[in-house]
Design a protein around this ligand. Structure first.
Ligand code: ATP
Ligand code: MG
Length: 579
């Protein structure tokens, strides 16, 4: 079955070398057999023809010898009888024609047409040709060979005789030879085809093997080795193929090694590029942070310096005012006593008392001193806030009260919150929960609150652009600051404004460094990116933004109460700082 299938496949492939080879071999065998058969037939026919011609010649000479007496005596009746006899006695397959001509070419006797042609008046051209010819004349017709000659007696031509022999036997022989040739040709063709197939198989099998191996090689199976025995050329081809296959294998191996090496170096290069990119990003971020922290440090230094300078004199003033109030009260009391003992003072004292409005002075001086006391108290609070905000002395991780940081920040931003000529006061709505102290970098967290509150103020101001004071007032610009302690000891600080909100495309880039929608010179686009880093990297917390266009924005900061830093530190090292 398998063999049949293979054979069928082989036959179907008319374009294959085997098919062409078989066809060529068959055509060659057929041409050779046809040529040989043709030649044989031609030679056999010629042989038969010359044999028939010889036979006819002998018979003609016999007939001439037998009729020469009748010619000599001009006994045409005898001649006719002879021909009649010939026609009747020799009426077999051999004879087909017999005719006697007079010396003028007219027919005097016919072996088969007794009455018709005899003594015909017209001379027959063939008869005339025979009379004129010195040799025997052969006339080949379809079914017979006619031979004739002149009958000469004593140098005179007395007439002529022609006899015809049937060529049926000759044709039968030629046909037999042709048939034999045909059978032989078919036999030769069949043998030729079989031989051609066997031969072509032996070649194409090797070629097929070679082709399969080449295909396998092309598909990547490089371990190809073929063995072709037999034909030298094919064996050479197989050897060349094996050589090529081994060369290709070596080449592919080399290429693979090179590709591997290239891949490795590419991987190294891209790893380096990635590292470089990361380093660049880190550098940019660090640079940004540096810039910002430098800014903050300078601001902090300035604030701390001013606070420090003010702190001493104000403490001094504040402390002395208390004594001043006491002393003043004492002096006023003494004055009252003097007045009681001396109700009618001399004129110059009475004039001066009136001039300095002593009654008003006695009433106003304690009030003034009290307000001075309150003023210095307020200054002390401001100084405390300034020192608290800058926190230069507290760069370490500390446990602090977040509310104090927020309040200090608000104090610093007071100038921006208070009403100006064109913009009403921005109300701060505090909703502080009960918060434990939190371990953090207080200065950095203040920086975050500062960024978030300043952004909210900027947004509220930008919402109020092109609006009148009253219109803005009607919008009730405010910032709500809500703090709470939520489960798992997380502190939540939410700073919400009722400005215009943030469109989604801006929200997607909020925390990107240098992203700003503010005009050049107003915003650097670093506030939120730095805040993000401070919350996530320094305090292991989260910062997120929720915003609705037209309604406002809230930033939610979540900080673990005991950050990872805090957990690593022992409780002794974490000092609680009172602000
Ligand atoms: N509360 C808010 N309401 C509306 N838009 C806000 C708010 N907070 C931040 N944004 C938008 O986010 C952008 C980025 O804020 P970010 O604080 O990082 O930079 P900035 O305020 O533009 O500049 P910088 O803070 O460095 O001075 C702002 O330009 C603004 O468009
Ligand atoms: Mg900002």
């Amino acid at each position: 079955m398998k063999h049949l299938k293979k054979h069928f496949k082989f036959r179907l492939r008319a374009n294959s070398l085997a098919a062409k080879y078989t066809l060529a071999m068959t055509a060659l065998v057929v041409s050779i057999v046809a040529g040989v058969s043709g030649l044989t037939i031609a030679r056999e026919r010629n042989t038969f023809r010359s044999e028939l011609e010889q036979q006819a010649e002998v018979m003609l000479n016999t007939v001439v010898a037998m009729t020469s007496d009748a010619f000599y005596q001009r006994d045409f009746d005898d001649l006719e009888r002879f021909m009649d006899n010939l026609g009747s006695t020799l009426e077999d397959d051999l004879f087909s024609f017999g005719r006697v001509y007079q010396s003028d070419g007219r027919v005097v006797s016919d072996a088969y047409q007794a009455d018709i042609e005899i003594y015909s008046l017209e001379a027959e051209p063939f008869g005339q040709q025979l009379i004129a010819s010195e040799n025997i004349v052969y006339l080949w017709e379809d079914n017979q060979l006619i031979v004739g000659r002149a009958v000469s007696i004593g140098g005179d031509v007395w007439g002529a005789i022609a006899i015809g022999l049937s060529t049926d036997a000759l044709k039968a022989k030629v046909t037999a030879v042709r048939n034999q040739g045909f059978v032989l040709a078919i036999f030769a063709v069949v043998i030729g085809i079989i031989l051609a197939r066997i031969l072509s198989r032996s070649i194409t099998e090797s070629l097929r093997e070679l082709t399969a191996a080449t295909k396998d090689l092309a598909e990547g199976n490089l371990d190809q080795k073929i063995t072709v025995a037999g034909e030298q050329e094919l064996a050479d081809l197989a050897n060349s193929f094996n050589l090529m296959s081994s060369n290709v294998r070596t080449l592919v191996q080399e290429l693979q090694e090179q590709a591997e090496a290239l891949k490795t170096s590419e991987a190294i290069a891209s790893e380096k590029a990635l590292k470089l990119q990361i380093a660049m990003e880190e550098l940019t971020t660090t640079q940004t942070q540096l810039m910002q922290s430098e800014k903050m440090v300078s601001l902090g230094q300035l604030v701390a310096g001013v606070a420090h300078e003010i702190n001493n004199p104000i403490n001094f003033i504040h402390g002395n005012i208390r004594h001043t109030i006491d002393y003043t009260n004492d002096l006023l009391e003494l004055l009252d006593v003097y007045q009681d003992h001396n109700p009618e003072p001399p004129d110059d004292i009475a004039d001066l008392t009136e001039e300095i409005e002593l009654d008003f002075l006695k009433e106003d001086l304690p009030k003034m001193l009290q307000s001075m006391w309150t003023g210095t108290e307020r200054i002390q609070e401001i100084v405390k806030s300034l020192r608290n905000f800058s926190r230069l002395d507290e760069a370490e991780f500390k446990a602090v009260d977040l509310h104090e940081g927020i309040d200090s920040t608000l104090m610093i931003l007071e100038n921006r919150l208070k009403s100006s000529g064109s913009f009403p006061r921005i109300e701060i709505r505090k909703n502080y929960g009960q918060l434990p102290n939190i371990e953090c970098f207080p200065g950095q967290l203040n920086q975050v609150f500062m960024n978030l509150i300043v952004n909210a103020i900027d947004a509220l101001e930008s919402k109020g652009e092109d609006k009148t004071y009253e219109e803005i007032e009607a919008l009730d610009p405010h910032i709500a600051i809500t703090t709470s302690l939520i489960e798992d000891n997380w502190l939540r600080v939410c700073i919400r404004d009722n400005a215009g909100g943030i469109p989604p495309e801006v929200q997607a880039k909020l925390f990107d460094p240098f992203f700003t929608t503010k005009p050049l010179g107003k915003g650097t686009g670093l506030g939120l990116s730095i805040s993000y880093k401070i919350i996530t990297e320094k305090h292991f917390g989260h910062i997120s933004c929720n915003s609705i266009i037209g309604e406002g924005t809230e930033f939610v900061v979540m900080i673990p109460q005991l950050s990872k830093h805090g957990v690593q530190q022992t409780s002794e090292t974490v000092s609680s700082t009172s602000l």
